[in-house]
Ligand binder design. Structure first.
Ligand SMILES: C[S@@+](CC[C@H](N)C(=O)[O-])C[C@H]1O[C@@H](n2cnc3c(N)ncnc32)[C@H](O)[C@@H]1O
Length: 201
């Protein structure tokens, strides 16, 4: 068995990206206490901090073998742009913290990293390293041209909600949590490409 790797999982949600990772110590950062509580139930061995992931990254860049970041995508998404254009929601600025993290990690990270977000409604300010389905990824390790998994990912979500059962939880927006999830398959695939199959269930 290979040594465990230390992973920083920023903007953890309920851990869609985390689900298929194994043989690792994970520190998760999620600022919504209710969502963090669900994450803790699902991954009791992970360390979970309820605080701002953007600031946490700045203060905790070292000590990890891998950093994964999933900053909120709403302000970059095509759906939001349509809602704003049709006056169904108020205008908002695209959140530049996404690009702050991409540049920060690119120039200062000493470990492997992946930042993920949706395909934006504008021409991407920094070209992604690879694209899978409707998700863009920025990384110092992988330059892939893999789009083939998109259909499977969709099926996964539709059929079994990524294998998560949130039916027992009350007072949380389950549809949003499922929608926010990164496909476990995709994130597992990415980790296996960087560290090997031993790190994916
Ligand atoms: C796109 S979702 C992440 C989904 C997660 N990677 C998954 O696969 O399940 C973004 C998450 O970040 C949380 N969040 C938003 N702003 C945050 C912040 N400043 N610090 C920490 N978490 C934040 C949201 O509550 C949400 O759960």
């Amino acid at each position: 068995m290979k040594d465990k790797i230390n992973i920083l999982n920023l903007y953890g949600g309920v851990g869609g990206n985390r689900k298929n990772w194994t043989n690792c110590n994970v520190v998760c950062v999620e600022n919504d206490p209710q969502i963090a509580a669900v994450y803790r139930d699902i991954f009791p061995d992970d360390t979970v901090f309820v605080c701002d992931a953007h600031q946490f990254l700045l203060n905790n860049l070292d000590g990890f073998d891998f950093i994964w970041s999933s900053p909120p995508c709403v302000s970059h998404s095509r759906a939001k742009r349509l809602n704003i254009a049709t006056k169904q929601s108020n205008p908002i600025y695209p959140d530049m913290k996404l690009y702050e993290e991409i540049l920060f990690l690119k120039y200062f990270a000493r470990c492997s990293y992946v930042v993920e977000n949706v395909r934006p409604y504008y021409k991407c300010l920094i070209e992604p390293s690879f694209i899978i389905g409707r998700h863009f990824f920025w990384s110092n390790k992988l330059l892939l041209s893999i789009n083939a998994e998109a259909d499977n990912i969709k099926d996964d979500k539709k059929i079994n909600k990524h294998g998560f059962d949130l039916s027992g939880y009350k007072g949380i927006d389950k549809r949003k949590l499922y929608r926010n999830c990164t496909s476990p398959k995709t994130a597992g695939y990415i980790l296996s490409k960087i560290f090997g199959d031993e790190y994916v269930a």
